[in-house]
Write a protein that binds this ligand. Sequence first.
Ligand SMILES: NC(=O)c1ccc[n+]([C@@H]2O[C@H](COP(=O)([O-])OP(=O)(O)OC[C@H]3O[C@@H](n4cnc5c(N)ncnc54)[C@H](O)[C@@H]3O)[C@@H](O)[C@H]2O)c1
Length: 333
Amino acid sequence: MGSEGQVAECRIGFIGAGGVAARHARMLGEFDDVRLVSVTDLNTEQAGAFADEHGMRTVPGVDQLIDSGLDAVYVCVPPFAHGPAEEAVAAAGLALFVEKPIGLDAEVAERIAGVLRESGVITAVGHHWRYSPVVDCARQALAERRVRLAMGAWLDKVPPVPWWARRTRSGGQVIEQAIHVLDLARLLVGEVVEVSAVADASPPDAPGADVDGATVVNLRFAGGAVGSLAATCLLAWKHRAGLEVYADGLAVTMTEDSVEIRDRSGPAVRGFDPDAAKRAADRAFVDAVLGRGDDVRSPYQDALRTHRLACAVTRSIDLGGPVRLTEDRDARR
Ligand SMILES: NC(=O)c1ccc[n+]([C@@H]2O[C@H](COP(=O)([O-])OP(=O)(O)OC[C@H]3O[C@@H](n4cnc5c(N)ncnc54)[C@H](O)[C@@H]3O)[C@@H](O)[C@H]2O)c1
């Protein structure tokens, strides 16, 4: 983090050099207290192009990355590839930013969470919606009011990455994508205690696809509120992604770049730059690593709860019945 007399800087390495890593590197590159140092990717060509673009150097693997003089590591691998990278980074005592979803299923994420808990390193997960001014507006409007109904949606196309449409690679649309909406619902409404989900298993039209084409989920929250989530990946465009919440006399509709707040006096709509939340998530992580701030809004242990919820949805579909999430495993530790 820079020696005495020098301006503190956060030295960062990347594991995975794909689409989301490029976004983080672009945003981190705008901060004058960040140095992008090294990158590793199984696809060495991809790593080389990424390193050239962001003024970094490539290294052959995670061990060499850890030895390259870092304060923090961004893990930007697909869902199926989580595990060894996080464990090695935690063992080295480096801070860790992990992209969502934190695993393909609950098992790997629970194991990593245990390792991270023991290590005590600073963690953050890419649930950047938590930093959105949209969400700030919603929270302000809701103030002391209790949300009674939440309705989430993620209606989209299959993203252009080869692993996405394969269940054993991505975990499916709810775990990989609609998890942002589930995380937001947890933030605004509270913990979910029961889910019941059904899916249309016909996959989207993509090579090797076997993920569900459409999913509907019912949610019951600990405070008594009820909710739903609808997701489809059958479109050729991003149609809508967001969450509506309803309280006594108040309706709040959130998307990535807008919020509509409506009470008996009528609607008020505001628009925002969707990149603001993404940038703020990176900024908060860097500040935490540099010891200047404490505003990581999605540390790994909290993201684990969102991940358990998304995995419960998938389990409910597989079992053909409701799944309860009553056990507070973290509280018992
Ligand atoms: N928070 C967000 O808004 C957001 C946006 C996009 C993607 N994501 C998430 O980021 C993750 C990556 O998505 P992406 O679009 O960048 O995918 P991508 O396919 O573009 O990139 C993933 C990269 O990881 C590399 N990789 C795979 N296994 C590896 C391993 N074991 N070690 C090193 N490198 C490995 C691949 O070669 C590839 O270059 C996904 O989980 C996705 O859900 C989050």
